[in-house]
Design a protein around this ligand. Structure first.
Ligand SMILES: [Zn+2]
Length: 52
């Protein structure tokens, strides 16, 4: 598990959360074109919370 700078997905169908762990499957599934850095004021993904 490793912590990475916060990022989130801008895709409409994705959950409105941010990720900060490189082991998060959901975070890893975000396509490059939909990935943005920062939290966007969103709550943290529960998978990332568990991994950190
Ligand atoms: Zn996550």
């Amino acid at each position: 598990m490793s912590k990475v700078p916060a990022f989130h997905s801008v895709r409409e169908t994705d959950r409105k959360v941010y990720h900060d762990n490189s082991s998060c499957t959901e975070g890893n599934n975000i396509e490059k074109e939909n990935k943005r850095s920062g939290t966007d004021g969103r709550p943290k993904c529960e998978h990332c919370t568990r991994l950190s």
